[in-house]
Design a protein around this ligand. Structure first.
Ligand SMILES: [Zn+2]
Length: 128
């Protein structure tokens, strides 16, 4: 039983599981913000400018075409908002600095610290 518990702990504590759980929770909260922005800010704004965009009464025979159009319009609004948000976030992110090549001892070719004056592997004195 203890072994199973440990296995479960290993599984649950794996970085990617925790990261995923955080992602799901943040995503859920973020989704609430996005739908609030769309429903409470964007849609009334569009409604004020262009008139309330309600297509739900459009019927194509027995097909509720209007509901479909509403869903597509909502999707487009959300997609445009997300696109703007992602663009803004990408702009804020600084590009990661390129990883510097490790310094290598000229005598034994082992990796050494950048400011080493003596190689820890072959003990050669190094010109700084
Ligand atoms: Zn060396």
């Amino acid at each position: 039983m203890g072994k199973l518990l440990n296995e479960f702990k290993d599984f649950a504590m794996k970085g990617n599981v925790v990261d995923m759980a955080i992602g799901v929770v943040i995503g859920g909260a973020f989704g609430a913000i996005v739908s609030s922005v769309v429903e409470d800010l964007i849609t009334p704004l569009i409604g004020a400018i262009f008139g309330q965009p309600d297509f739900s009464h459009i019927m194509l025979g027995p097909i509720a075409l209007g509901n479909f159009i509403n869903a597509v319009v909502n999707f487009l609004i959300i997609a445009i908002c997300l696109f703007a948000v992602v663009k803004a976030i990408n702009k804020m992110k600084k590009p990661a600095p390129a990883p510097k090549a490790a310094r290598v001892c000229p005598f034994c070719k082992s990796e050494i610290a950048d400011d080493a004056t003596r190689c820890p592997h072959c003990t050669s004195e190094l010109a700084k």
